[in-house]
Design a protein around this ligand. Structure first.
Ligand SMILES: CC(C)(COP(=O)(O)OP(=O)(O)OC[C@H]1O[C@@H](n2cnc3c(N)ncnc32)[C@H](O)[C@@H]1OP(=O)(O)O)[C@@H](O)C(=O)NCCC(=O)NCCS
Length: 426
């Protein structure tokens, strides 16, 4: 059941008028969109005419007639560190290619006299909650021009909350957090799990007491003696759909049906992911969906990041056996995963991975390009929903991972290397 729609929403809002009248616009004027033949190099996202005659407005990129290039230029000029959203290939993948985008650019902009002066990156995605499907969105990289700060951000948030039923952001800054919390969002830190495979290699980057080292040794011996058996399958709609159908009975999450998985992992412009359906060697059960990436590019070591792991318990346990076999065979120094779901976390706890939020004797970086730790060393989320918010607050049944909110994206150090013709990213 579709509870909200991206069409027919208030698209443009004359902020100055709104302030003057001090009332909410119930039927905002929508700028007439002009069909456009487009230049040879234009893409669907960039193909609308610019509307220069408008006063200061808030709206979606395409409906304001602003080009993606202008948004990227605004990010380039205002974001303090190198940002992957300034790359055309990445921008189009992130903001126009996700299944619910339907080729349109739904970034939330503030435009003043035809110039972009504010942006919130928005990727619309179906959100599955209590057997219903809502039009949700992931938000990223909120930026206002210096001379437009002080008030507009709250109006952008009003616009987004009118346009989407469920909204998520991650790792928000102090300035942004104030607005999120006052607009009814909740902040949570995601449980994160780490397994070290090569202690000496990662020692300089982590904080660990002698107890952590003893537990590392214990886990190595346990792993060496474990009979690991699993069956790997290529992901296709037939084996993925029943896993998602079952998982949504107990969890709320951004859709992971086949088109979503294809977009997120197969069509990624820069990273190479591996995806599997994993079952125990006996072939029992429906199995679990697993997505991972080996990051070989970190300051002297490599990491295996698990992006997704969900399914039946036997499948998830078999997937963890596979991950640990792969990690050891490929010589990665450590592996990590974070999730809000307590059922998925349970597999990591049972397998004795270090828990960043619980094990005070162990801390490990969670940002890698460059290597960086914040306290706590995991990702924070902010979420909001118009309806069914009590279900969303049941965070043990929420499934958000590094797959979501574009959390697995090239960092500043990698972007610098790409610019200077360095090795392609993996
Ligand atoms: C984040 C950012 C977009 C916020 O915009 P801003 O113009 O600085 O924010 P605002 O001044 O509008 O909002 C902050 C203030 O509005 C208040 N506010 C927010 N919503 C409000 C509401 N509905 N009613 C009343 N006050 C509200 C906040 O409490 C705060 O006020 P205070 O500092 O006086 O207590 C901007 O600071 C920015 O571009 N920062 C740099 C990049 C960045 O950090 N991005 C966020 C990444 S997550």
């Amino acid at each position: 059941m579709e509870n909200s729609s991206l069409s027919g929403k208030g698209i443009l809002m004359d902020i100055d008028q709104r302030r003057k009248r001090e009332k909410t616009l119930s039927t905002p004027s929508v700028g007439k969109l002009v069909s456009h033949t487009g230049s040879k190099n234009s893409t669907p996202c960039d193909s609308l005419h610019r509307l220069h005659h408008l006063p200061r407005t808030i709206g979606f990129t395409d409906e304001l007639g602003i080009s993606g290039a202008a948004v990227r230029e605004f990010y380039s000029s205002g974001w303090k560190r190198p940002l992957v959203l300034t790359r055309e290939d990445f921008y189009h993948w992130q903001f126009c290619k996700a299944p619910l985008c339907l080729g349109q650019d739904r970034n939330c902009l503030v435009v003043d006299e035809g110039q972009v002066v504010g942006v919130m990156g928005v990727t619309p995605r179906n959100f599955l909650l209590q057997e219903q499907t809502f039009v949700g969105a992931e938000m990223t990289s909120w930026l206002l021009a210096e001379n437009h700060k002080g008030g507009l951000a709250a109006l952008m948030m009003d616009f987004l909350q009118r346009s989407f039923s469920v909204l998520f952001g991650a790792n928000v800054s102090e300035a942004a957090l104030q607005i999120y919390l006052r607009k009814g969002y909740t902040q949570v830190y995601m449980p994160r799990f780490v397994r070290v495979f090569s202690w000496e290699v990662v020692k300089p980057f982590m904080r660990a007491t002698p107890l952590a080292y003893k537990l590392y040794n214990d886990s190595r011996h346990a792993l060496a003696g474990k009979d690991r058996k699993f069956r790997l399958e290529t992901v296709n709609p037939e084996n993925l759909t029943p896993i998602v159908d079952d998982f949504r009975q107990t969890h709320s999450f951004f859709s992971r049906y086949y088109p979503d998985i294809q977009w997120r992992y197969e069509k990624h412009p820069l990273y190479k992911y591996q995806t599997f359906v994993v079952r125990p060697a006996t072939g029992e059960g429906q199995g679990a969906f697993l997505a991972l990436r080996v990051d070989e590019d970190i300051d002297g070591f490599s990491m295996l990041h698990i992006l997704d792991l969900f399914g039946d318990t036997m499948g998830m346990q078999a997937a963890l056996d596979f991950v640990q076999t792969l990690a050891q065979e490929s010589g990665v120094a450590a592996a990590d995963f974070y999730t809000t779901s307590s059922a998925v976390s349970a597999c990591f706890r049972q397998d004795r991975w270090f828990s960043i939020l619980d094990d005070s004797f162990f801390s490990f970086p969670h940002l890698f390009h460059p290597v960086e730790s914040r306290v706590p060393s995991t990702t924070s989320l902010v979420y909001w929903s118009r309806e069914s918010s009590s279900a969303l607050h049941d965070v043990g049944r929420l499934y958000i991972t590094k797959q979501d909110m574009d959390l697995d994206r090239p960092g500043p150090a990698q972007l610098e290397r790409l610019k200077t013709g360095g090795v392609p990213l993996r």
